[in-house]
Design a binder for this molecule. Sequence first.
Ligand code: TXA
Ligand code: MG
Length: 320
Amino acid sequence: MAKTGTDIAYSMQLLAGSALVAIPTETVYGLAGNALDARAVAQIFKVKERPTFDPLIVHTSGLDRIPDFVESIPEKAYALAAAFWPGPLTMVFRKKAIIPDLVTSGMDSVAVRIPRHPLSLQLLQSLDFPLAAPSANPFGYVSPTCARHVDEQLGEKIPYILDGGSCTVGIESTIVGFDGDKVSVLRLGGCKIEDMEKVVGKVQIKAHTSSNPVVPGMLHSHYSPLTPVTIGNIPQLIREHQGKKLGILSFDQLYDDIPLAQQFVLSKKGDLDEAATSLFTGLRQLDMLNLQLIIGTYVKEKGLGRAINDRLRRAEAKRN
Ligand code: TXA
Ligand code: MG
């Protein structure tokens, strides 16, 4: 078990000494290290068992600090920053040499985010370096949305978890890139497309093309529980898989004939934001029950529903 608490000064001391600290954000917990310290960054990849071709997000506390490590910020990025930072949005910019190549998997761009969680914001403000932080889970598994999730999987390998309670958004940040005046969404996430389009006009969604090898976090089979997952029409799937020990990840209702303990309802009132908040907890809980199959359903393709469906699609994709 890792030490867990709310000690910012201790977190700072560990981070300044190249050690890692798990930090809370409004999206998911991150496994943080000094983004300018290649030794700390190497440790992140090691602890997560993450291939080094999958680049990390760099977290900072304010727009004014970004020019320290980024060449230039496009105009539309300023507009998005004004509307959504601090928050569940990550933007990709041209990097400066001060960012180690390991952070960006050798690319000349770096992904940047200002998170909204007060504890991590306070930590970032107090540090004189930015923090590289992927989600604090073993590579390929479901992201952690509370300190206990982190402890269960990485507790043995890290000295400290900064405990900021349960993540309010519950799904990773939306990642966008810029090509001149065009904004492309590289990963669907906690910042809604509809809200972004009010600020910068039409955006292009490149998130679930399979031909996106430059961004390995987009690997089709990411965010997967160990139990097989099938998404579709729940009553029909229950009939098809009769006789198996099934788990149900449902949007808003319970199903007869399946034990209550094997059902997880994402939002009783049918609210997409609430469903996003509980999605990863639901997948984790069902994954611990030794089930033969988890059955789920897609939700409406709007608001956070797009990101929920994206994670469900990936959970369904076979691990290889
Ligand atoms: O909400 C989040 O984004 C969380 C919290 C901790 O901030 N972090 C997170 O990190 O989800 P991670 O490592 O699980 O996902 C980061 C993804 C990479 O897999 C990659 O797809 C993308 O960000 N990425 C990183 N650098 C990039 C770059 N230079 N260009 C394009 N995509 C990049
Ligand atoms: Mg991740």
